[in-house]
Design a protein around this ligand. Structure first.
Ligand SMILES: [Zn+2]
Length: 317
């Protein structure tokens, strides 16, 4: 055997050994790995995906468990989704009972972005009776989980992600902090924009498709009523439809809000029953389809579209 063949034989022996060593030694600590591979961040559903993406920039690989454009309330993970959650370096969730399916996932680190929020808002502003707007089947302690629609609570969520990323990957902590600062500044600007857009309105009552706007309404001093309560899907009783029509008449409401990820026929039916009835979209931003994402449409754009449609319903100047 000549020298080069001997060298090749040696390499051929070493390569499988190296591979075996990688398999059996497990994964090295996050800090040691970033030279070779990026940290994997798995978000549960859309807003968390965007908030995480804004914080981690190009220093980590971010993906969403709920696919783009899919309504997350009734979504269930496949076995493959569950292993993605398990294998994530960082799992980012909304919490507050929104993604019960994520609770068993044993990622290295879980960023529960609702942790630390005090859910002490006033309940009972929804339509009339007890079968409406209460009893969250998925809510931890009956809280409303739609915190991301309040830009100030979205800042809290962003800070949670920033803190988890900075401690999981200290070498990039400054970078994560800068990105998070930039995004929270945008959220402050959005908050100021909403306040000025809604400063001079004739009405403060609106009818959402499901009560995703509880925290948003608390923040901006509006009154949310809703057709569905905890989730935009499921059966609606004829009595509930009748109550919504009566409520629209009582508050002189002529716009019924639909959502971007659901069939608008129910909203159309109700709008047809009220004077000058009309349907507009008020997106709970629970998902954004691939096409819109590819066009660069994100959370802040969706919030601005919501505000434009809300201004029409609330008759703002
Ligand atoms: Zn919802």
């Amino acid at each position: 055997m000549n020298q080069s063949r001997a060298a090749l034989a040696a390499i051929a022996t070493l390569i499988p050994l190296a591979m075996i060593a990688t398999v059996y030694t497990g994964r090295p600590a996050l800090q040691d790995r970033q030279e070779q591979e990026k940290i994997t961040v798995v978000a549960s559903f859309y807003p968390l995906y965007e908030f995480a993406s804004r914080v981690v920039g190009d220093r980590a690989e971010v993906s969403s468990l709920v696919p783009a454009g899919v309504e997350p309330h009734d979504w269930e993970p496949t076995a493959e989704d569950i292993s993605r959650g398990h294998e994530a370096d960082v799992l980012v969730i909304n919490g507050a009972g929104f993604e019960r399916w994520a609770e068993g996932m044993e990622a290295k680190v879980v960023a529960n972005t609702s942790e630390g929020i005090e859910f002490n808002y006033e309940e009972g502003k929804e339509v009339g009776d007890d079968d409406h707007g209460h009893g969250y089947a998925t809510g931890g302690g009956g809280v409303n989980p739609h915190i991301w629609l309040d830009p100030i609570l979205a800042k809290h969520q962003t800070d949670k992600i920033r803190n988890v990323m900075a401690s999981s990957d200290p070498a990039n902590a400054d970078y994560y902090n800068q990105n998070a600062d930039r995004f929270t500044t945008e959220l402050d600007t959005l908050d100021a924009f909403i306040r000025s857009e809604l400063a001079d309105c004739d009405k403060s009552d609106f009818i959402a498709f499901h009560d995703a706007f509880t925290h948003f309404s608390e923040r901006y001093d509006l009154r949310q009523h809703s057709i569905h309560s905890a989730s935009p899907e499921g059966e609606i009783l004829p009595q509930t439809i009748q109550q919504i029509i009566e409520l629209a008449n009582e508050f002189d409401i002529n716009i019924i809000y639909s959502e971007d990820l659901i069939d608008s026929r129910l909203a159309d039916t109700i709008a047809n029953e009220i004077p000058d009835g009309k349907v507009l979209v008020l997106s709970p931003i629970e998902g954004i389809g691939n096409e819109e994402q590819a066009a660069g449409i994100g959370y802040i754009d969706k919030m601005k579209q919501n505000i434009a449609n809300l201004k029409e319903g609330l008759e703002c100047r």
